[in-house]
Write a protein that binds this ligand. Sequence first.
Ligand SMILES: Cc1cc2nc3c(=O)[nH]c(=O)nc-3n(C[C@H](O)[C@H](O)[C@H](O)COP(=O)(O)O)c2cc1C
Length: 222
Amino acid sequence: MDLKTAICQRRSIRGFTDRPVERETLRQVLTLAGRAVSAVNAQPWEFAVVTGTALDAIRREYMERLERNDPGGLPLLRYGEGIFRERRVAVGKQLFAAMGIAREDTEKRRWWSSRGYRFFDAPAVILLMMDETADDYTCRLDMGCVVQNLCLAAMEHGLGTCVAYQAVHYPDTLRRRLPCAEGKRFVCGVAIGYPDERFPANAVVTDRADVDSITSWYGFDT
Ligand SMILES: Cc1cc2nc3c(=O)[nH]c(=O)nc-3n(C[C@H](O)[C@H](O)[C@H](O)COP(=O)(O)O)c2cc1C
């Protein structure tokens, strides 16, 4: 798959088949992802790859906590203003329309939201961590670089991904169940698996701002 195709065809996949993903495949994806740029080549990322009964146990605990409205330990995302809010609302509308979920159907909306906390029932999840001491602004930027690489590298193997902040909503659950997380900060998770082509939300193509509306050019006058 060429780069342009991968970049243009990647979209968030929120419905997966039951087909397991082989460890070696995930290893190859992560190896490629790790070629990402990072400030001073610090490579602040570490991965916890979880599947099978280990993932089931985390999923179960997440659902129990969600059920009793446990708020979790992470700050809520703030996209409450202006254009960012508009974009957030727009993608929500696209997804709800694809899934046939009406605005007033609070039960279905709740169900939809809970899917993110169950890693969209993906056969595997990759949790991205960085060292608690690696708190520079650039380290966070580096994590974004590696996660985008990961999503693109997965496509080479026919795998779909959804980056999800929801996946790290209960870091204490993760820390208790994943000994590698000692002294690490969870940044986000990536649900990964083979896309269920019949899952309606997987067909949603989100908008992007026109390049001319976000770019200023200088010194190009002829
Ligand atoms: C850092 C980050 C966190 C995200 N968290 C979630 C999430 O918790 N739940 C979810 O459904 N999608 C999540 N997404 C996916 C975005 O909603 C999605 O990338 C965006 O709407 C653009 O759509 P596309 O990926 O299909 O191009 C996240 C993406 C990023 C980069």
